[in-house]
Design a protein around this ligand. Structure first.
Ligand SMILES: [Zn+2]
Length: 224
């Protein structure tokens, strides 16, 4: 809400005035400058610092994501690079959350007789649809890619059979019933759901609307 006086800064000071004569109450929403708590220069400077901090943090997050991707490349892809090439293994929609140390991606082969999970993880994982690996302090979820969104959804949520995940393909939404309890850490759990939603995008950067994760509609009716 904007400040009632200057109409340009966000109001963070909420005051209630009570008129002694009439007892009438009046609510006021003011910015810190108009409320007399800060000078305009102070306010501008703080905003500037906040912007800088935010830019720095997003840069750091991007760098951390890049490092995690690289780590996965070195652990999973590099040791079997020639096989990955000859068996035409592809990875899809690699999505990383550096804060929660989580990475998700799908894998497939252009050759129908090749099992990409077997190529990446060895004979013990042949036929599996979802493999989880801890690489350093990161949890890596690799699942069998599928063109069909329902099968893809099943593969992504295979380790969480009670998750209650469903897609709304028209609205491009992913709902997950146990959105907070997939992992012990609810933040990691929500992060998994967010990264999972990303997997359903076509990969076309021109695509206007992207898939999003939405909280499970607890009450009857619309979720949003
Ligand atoms: Zn103001």
């Amino acid at each position: 809400m904007l400040c009632q006086i200057c109409q340009k800064r966000e109001s963070h000071v909420h005051q209630t005035y009570i008129y002694v004569t009439s007892g009438q109450r009046e609510k006021r929403n003011l910015c810190e400058v108009c409320a007399g708590l800060k000078t305009e220069t102070q306010w501008d400077k703080e905003r500037e610092e906040e912007k800088k901090r935010w830019a720095m943090e997003s840069l750091q997050r991007r760098e951390q994501s890049r490092q995690i991707s690289q780590l996965v490349n070195e652990e999973l892809f590099k040791p079997r690079l020639s096989e990955i090439k000859s068996k035409q293994i592809r990875s899809h929609a690699k999505s990383v959350d550096s804060a929660n140390k989580l990475i998700l991606f799908g894998t497939s082969s252009l050759l129908p007789e090749i099992d990409p999970m077997e190529v990446l993880f060895g004979a013990s994982e042949a036929g599996k649809n979802h493999v989880v690996r801890e690489i350093k302090d990161c949890t890596v979820h690799v699942f069998r890619w599928d063109e069909d969104p329902d099968r893809l959804l099943k593969n992504i949520f295979e380790p969480f059979p009670e998750a209650g995940a469903r897609l709304d393909l028209d609205k491009k939404l992913l709902f997950v019933e146990s959105e907070r309890t997939l992992f012990q850490d609810f933040k990691k759990s929500l992060s998994f759901c967010n990264l999972a939603a990303y997997q359903f995008n076509s990969g076309d950067p021109a695509e206007l609307k992207r898939f999003q994760f939405r909280f499970w509609p607890k009450a009857a009716g619309e979720a949003h």
